[in-house]
Ligand binder design. Structure first.
Ligand code: NAD
Length: 255
């Protein structure tokens, strides 16, 4: 029960990596409040987990909306008495070069992948300061460090999230608040699978094929990313602060 005395907020809790995080932290004894867009999907996940004796709370909200972001933190404080760990995991992936990127794709990427993390961190940090510390783990991407091809809005938003992480890590280390980011390459989740489906490919076959390009032999499963996030949120990483940790199975980002 590594997190038995911790209260955790997970964004994008219904998604691939999000569900792995919600399960991991609930199994390890944390109080978990997760959030996602659809109330119905959140309720379905929470019910499914409670049948496995994993208690969770949720609040639905749209991370593009500042008030929803602030409401998530306020609800978490009201219901759990505090937030020790914030996991900014939610993300979207508009696909295209600059010429294929509409205003809506650009602003949505920045709203969900960057601005939500800004609003959530700004709301939670004063509470963490009051209790002498906390941990924040942002999910950036290997594509935020080395841009992958034809995803200009996504890569820019993830690069900015990596920069936000380093800034907050620097500014709040003295408060005992560690802010780090995980930067995965490809992960087997609905986000990646939807890209194959859009291109008319069978996602299982495509993922098996993609796995051959990874030196470790397969693309990451959501649990393999959740384990790294849990490490960064735990006391075991107490001297890691303001870092962007690449988790790629040794696969570089190809241009
Ligand atoms: N899958 C990959 O290959 C990969 C690679 C690198 C980084 N990442 C990052 O990992 C994180 C988790 O992604 P995933 O692969 O589990 O994707 P996913 O699509 O399975 O999950 C993302 C979740 O975020 C939620 N979300 C999106 N927009 C929202 C909004 N406006 N308000 C509230 N919730 C919203 C979605 O509903 C979804 O449940 C993301 O930040 C993603 O960018 C993923």
């Amino acid at each position: 029960m590594k997190f038995h005395d911790k209260s955790v907020v997970v964004t994008g809790g219904v998604g691939g990596v999000g569900q792995a995080l919600v399960k991991l932290f609930a199994r390890e004894g944390a109080q978990v409040l997760f959030t996602d867009r659809s109330e119905e999907d959140c309720a379905e996940l929470s019910d499914k987990l409670s049948r496995k004796s994993l208690a969770t709370r949720f609040v639905a909200g749209d991370l593009r909306n500042k008030l929803d972001c602030e409401n998530i933190i306020n609800t978490a404080i009201d219901q759990m008495g505090g937030v020790d760990i914030l996991l900014n995991n939610a993300g979207i992936i508009p696909r295209g070069t600059i010429l294929e990127t509409t205003d809506d794709m650009w602003f949505s990427a920045l709203d969900v992948n960057l601005n939500a993390a800004f609003f959530l961190c700004r709301a939670v940090i004063p509470h963490m300061q009051k209790v002498g510390g906390g941990a924040i783990v942002n999910t950036s991407s290997a594509w935020g460090i080395y841009p992958g091809p034809g995803h200009v809005a996504y890569c820019t938003s993830k690069a900015a999230l990596a920069a936000l992480t380093k800034n907050l890590g620097r500014d709040h280390a003295g408060d005992g608040i560690r802010v780090n980011a995980v930067c995965p390459n490809e992960v087997n989740t609905p986000m990646l699978r939807s890209g194959f489906i859009q291109r008319g490919l069978n996602p299982d076959t495509a993922i098996e094929e993609l796995g051959k390009s990874v030196p470790l032999g397969h693309i990451a499963e959501p649990e393999e990313i959740a384990d790294v996030i849990a490490f960064l949120a735990s006391n075991e990483s107490r001297y890691i602060c303001g870092e962007t940790v690449e988790v790629t199975g040794a696969k570089p980002v190809y241009g």
